[in-house]
Design a protein around this ligand. Structure first.
Ligand code: HEC
Length: 188
């Protein structure tokens, strides 16, 4: 032990786990290795940087997009966005989903209208699913690389604009809650 007492000093012996204490159920068997009683050890001190760096990265990644007023969700519906979104939808989505409110072109493709499930989900999740596919999707392709973030927001704005006002406000409330929860999780 550098700087400590020399090992051969009288009365000093490196700590060895006594044999009697070894077979405690659930206790990790440290065998007869000498246990150095320094905490935090150098290995631990190195490891602690990993969660610290991860936490910093997550905070940086979420900082811009999820902090209250800066969040792009719930998506703001402007007539310009809805008009662009209607074209994006016609060019990329009707081939399977059909027109919103009409039966799907591909049997089994979910409806985005009031009678469907889309409005049960928050804007952030719908946005991510259109970019990278919904969870467990079998058919729905990812649109990352095909559609820009703004085009995905526009297509969602268009879908949302077809819902009745009460469903719009319920789904907006859910979208806000998800943003709020993300902020809290990030400690903000
Ligand atoms: C090749 C057919 C196909 C195309 C193209 C397609 N989808 Fe899908 N989509 C599906 C299917 C099928 C599902 C159900 C999940 C699965 O099995 O893949 C789905 C699921 C979804 C869901 C999640 C289910 C829900 O709750 O609404 C969303 C949102 C969605 N699609 C939006 C879109 C949008 C927006 C576009 C156009 C940009 C699009 N899809 C293009 C076939 C398609």
């Amino acid at each position: 032990m550098p700087g400590g007492r020399p090992a051969d000093a009288p009365g000093y012996a490196p700590y060895t786990r006594p044999p009697a204490a070894r077979n405690i159920p659930g206790d990790r068997d440290l065998g007869s290795r000498n246990v150095t009683l320094t905490f935090p050890g150098p290995r631990f001190r190195r490891l602690i940087w990993i969660p610290a760096a991860l936490a910093t990265l997550i905070l940086m990644a979420c900082g811009g997009s999820s902090s209250g007023a800066d969040s792009p969700f719930p998506i703001e519906l402007t007539s310009q966005r809805i008009a662009v979104g209607e074209q994006v939808y016609a060019a990329n989505c009707t081939v399977c989903h059909g027109q919103v409110g009409a039966p799907p072109t591909l049997p089994g493709a979910p409806s985005h209208a009031e009678d469907g499930h889309t409005w049960h989900h928050a804007d952030r999740h719908l946005f991510e699913w259109i970019l990278d596919r919904p969870p467990l999707a079998q058919v729905m392709p990812p649109f990352r690389g095909t559609l820009s973030d703004e085009e995905v927001s526009a297509v969602l704005a268009y879908i949302k604009s077809t819902w009745p006002a009460d469903i719009q406000s319920r789904q907006n409330e859910l979208s806000r809650l998800i943003e709020q929860q993300l902020l809290e999780d990030a400690g903000g």
